[in-house]
Ligand binder design. Sequence first.
Ligand SMILES: [Zn+2]
Ligand SMILES: [Zn+2]
Length: 249
Amino acid sequence: MRADVRQVADGTYLVHGSNTNWVILTDGDALTLIDTGYPGDRQLVLDSLAAVGGSPEAVTAVLITHAHNDHLGSAEHLRATYGTPVYLHEAEVPHARREFLQQVSVGAVLKNAWRPGVLPWLAHVLRSGGTEQHPVTAPEAFPVAEGPLDLPGRPVPVHAPGHTSGHAVYHLPDAGIVISGDALVSDHPTSRLRGPQLLPDMFHHERARAVASLDVIEGLAGDLLLPGHGPLHQGSVKAAAQQARERAV
Ligand SMILES: [Zn+2]
Ligand SMILES: [Zn+2]
């Protein structure tokens, strides 16, 4: 399998991994990598960096939306091998260390096995190392309390909790782009809906909080949504968040 890398704006690339997306922001030769796919996606991550003319050594920092195994997959590998800092919201730092786990269990997924798409998706999770734990040994909270990070692409982290307690989305205000992780997706193998939506209920640590965080996303100016799962969504981010909320009630 090859990484599906598409440029969506100047210096902004959306990568579709085996089942999860990640984003690469470039500024000259330097890169910011936002999320890292499943543990089994490592070669795809490296291929995607090469596809934009980069390399793991050129990654200034890894930003993580949230510490689920399908987003955290290669973060510790990059940190341990290249010394790349791994940044998350402060509430997500202990999750990345695996001091606790806010991820749906295989047992809970199996209770939903009757739903269309769940068993094939679970088979993919198991194949891709989705139940392996790869804690980050030294994750770091964002170095600034608010505003843009001094990293390629100058992403602005915004706390959007619920899916996990420390879930962050990343806003690129000048480009009008929101990188929404699992706080707002556009598709998932276990969903029958297409377009902006919350993930199915079983995936959220606190679903009511995830619904409330749609208000936060709604307030971010933009017309391009790069979600953690599903295709990019073109159109008002505000309207996308509203649509997901309507579907969630
Ligand atoms: Zn997740
Ligand atoms: Zn995910």
